[in-house]
Design a protein around this ligand. Sequence first.
Ligand code: 13P
Length: 251
Amino acid sequence: MTGRTPIVAGNWKMNGLKASKGEIEAIISGLGTGPAPRAEALICPPATLVAGFAEIASSSALAIGAQDCHARVSGAHTGDISAQMLADAGASSIIVGHSERRADHGESNETVRAKAAAVLGERLTAIICVGETEAERKGGKTLEVVAGQLRGSLPEGANAANTVIAYEPVWAIGTGLTPTTGDVGEVHDMIRRELENLAGGEAAGMRILYGGSVKPSNAAELMAIDNVDGALVGGASLKADDFLAILSVYR
Ligand code: 13P
């Protein structure tokens, strides 16, 4: 027993309309059926749906989060959304530094660290993503790249209650490919050691999620790896049945 409560988090990315609320209702109803999972359940829909879903999920076991935020609280930043606004909308957690943000929006470690600090400033949970590209994996640079991202992106004040790390190899996202269990374990062990250097005694309680092509068929094997404290799920989180099937690993 690690004492860490696992998290199964769904990242809906740029998917979902108001009509998708049926999936949220189905997840809530599934969570209330059978033995309670020994894991936290979180769905991060697009920002447009955070407030509506948070209302539907209030007083349920499902938490609602967001996928990104601006580093500042307010101001002249057209089109951006602050952590304070997402907290106000009912988000409990915010993903920062997803590889799609790092690649599509040129987000550096400094940007990610500033965003994560903004999340902590609102007393929300930051889910900080790290992960190597295919070229970096093939070049034998995985541990070095992930450690560098972690050192560069972890904000001051990160602790076991307010910070979650998500290891998502870029080449495993949306491809159906996953690293071997040995490779996942090697990276998660390194992340735990690196967190010990960065956050001292808090490291033992920090959750480290695996993400990248997690599905009902591979979840049990991936979640059984040492230092894997849950999953960050993309495609398979869009369907309540698949999300619940992944969560059922922890029933
Ligand atoms: P997939 O589960 O679709 O591979 O996406 C993973 C991911 O990027 C979650 O943040």
